[in-house]
Design a protein around this ligand. Structure first.
Ligand code: SAM
Ligand code: SF4
Length: 425
């Protein structure tokens, strides 16, 4: 989502005549688009900001430093006193105001802060500068209403707002005309798309409209909240040829007690039931998830439930994180915060377990023929790379001109992170 916000800011800048610099050191303006989902992301930002501030004061160059994203929203004006080199602070829902802010900063020579949140942002047509040419992100909604107790997103990105379907479809058509082949629809909880729209439209209905967009051959979406994964959505994934057989379905924990403390509003049994329904409808569905280890009060037994759930579901891949204390959130006030070493130990255990599962899942593809959208040269020398419909990286030998085409690849070997194979005739 942040990367796509960066594309939007780049789109606004390019419309104003800016061109990309080779590096931050050569730039006239640098925007640090920040994430504050975990403390580690925040620390990375402060060290990069320190480096840029040093560069600015040492060289005496007229470089404008802007801070965007969730840390900008979280810290607002405070960033200016903390780091006097900062010229602009822009919240994630204020991106459309970027041009006006630049002008104001240039004219006044004083810092500009915009973090109020533009109430019309979800209805604005903000240009995006995309460089991939094949795969594009398209936001369908902003914000989140779920208030999971560990998560800072609802406080920084505001309440859930859906973009009108006509704007989404028009953007997708434009992408199809430009030669894009794949679109990933973005939202914190795409399953609840449509709340508050003038004309009723649910997420499965939006997918049906997307199916008719010429040129776009693959449709993906992130993220789905398990509680809102309806039968209608499962039906749409099954029936719509362009909707890929892969879903990111964050579970966070396998322990009901922890899920309740997290305010996830499902039990592990309900989650497993959803997974079963998905696999019954779409047998080769690839499923990935997010896991938080070391949530306040997580006991050894609770953690064992998470390990058990991983074994039961057999995810294709997982993203696992140590619980990180975040401002504003309810979990901060819960008893039983765990020591860093305990979290690290548990993280290592889930990653080790999943490594074996991912390898086994990938090995199941050996001998099968997978449709691959060719993205270009692989990091493995002399090979091409692309993604299967299940969103797995697949490497194979073939001519460079295949970039952008769909090819069939017979899978011959598999590792935990990718597949390799041979191009079919
Ligand atoms: N909206 C999505 C959802 O419901 O799963 C994803 C939101 S968040 C940007 C991505 C992931 O970060 C979450 O699924 C969660 O696993 C993780 N996360 C969020 N807050 C966290 C925290 N305080 N500590 C550790 N991980 C966190
Ligand atoms: Fe955060 Fe929960 Fe919303 Fe996802 S659904 S963004 S984890 S509050």
């Amino acid at each position: 989502m942040n990367e796509h916000d960066s594309e939007r800011m780049a789109g606004i800048l390019e419309a104003q005549g800016f061109i990309p610099a080779a590096s931050a050191d050569d730039a006239e303006m640098v925007i640090l688009n920040t994430c504050s989902i975990r403390d580690k992301a925040e620390q990375k930002f402060y060290s990069e900001l320190g480096r840029l501030a040093h560069l600015k004061s040492r060289s005496g160059k007229e470089v404008t430093i802007a801070v965007a994203g969730c840390i900008a929203q979280q810290e607002g004006e405070k960033l200016l006193s903390r780091t006097p080199s900062v010229d602009m602070v822009i919240g994630p829902s204020d991106i459309a105001r970027l041009s006006a802010m630049i002008e104001k900063n240039r004219n006044s020579g004083t810092p500009v802060v915009e973090t109020d949140g533009d109430p019309e942002y979800h209805q604005r047509l903000v240009p995006a500068s995309r460089s991939d040419g094949l795969k594009a992100w398209v936001s369908i909604m902003y914000g989140c209403d779920n208030f999971c107790t560990y998560c800072v997103v609802p406080y920084l990105r505001g309440r859930e707002r859906s973009r009108p379907p006509r704007d989404i479809i028009a953007e997708a058509r434009g992408l199809g005309e430009q030669g894009y082949r794949e679109v990933t629809l973005l939202g914190q909880n795409v399953n609840s798309y449509g709340k508050g729209l003038e004309d009723d439209c649910t997420f499965p209905e939006l997918l049906r409209m997307m199916q008719d967009v010429d040129g776009i051959e693959r449709i993906r979406f992130v993220t789905s909240h398990p509680r809102d994964l309806s039968d209608a959505l499962i039906g749409a994934i099954r029936d719509l040829a362009k909707v890929c057989e892969s879903i990111h379905l964050p579970v966070q924990s396998g322990a009901d007690r922890v899920l309740a403390l997290m305010n996830r509003r499902y039990t592990s049994a309900e989650y497993l039931d959803t997974v079963r329904k998905l696999r019954n409808a779409v047998p080769d569905m690839a499923i990935t998830t997010d896991i938080i280890v070391g949530f306040p009060g997580e006991t050894a037994d609770d953690f064992a439930c998470t390990m058990q759930l991983l074994q039961e579901v057999e995810y294709d891949n997982i993203f696992a994180f140590k619980y990180s204390q975040r401002p504003h959130t309810k979990a901060l006030g819960l008893p039983g915060h765990l020591a860093e070493e305990v979290k690290e130990e548990r993280l290592a255990q889930v990653l080790e377990l999943q490594k074996g599962i991912s390898l086994r899942k990938n090995e199941q593809h050996i001998g099968s023929v997978q449709e691959v959208l060719v993205e270009g040269a692989s990091k493995k020398g002399g090979m091409l790379t692309g993604r299967t419909r299940g969103n797995k990286a697949a490497n194979f030998i073939g001519p460079a001109h295949l970039r952008g085409s769909f090819v069939d690849v017979r899978i011959t070997t598999a590792g935990p992170n990718s597949l390799s194979g041979e191009l079919c005739e």
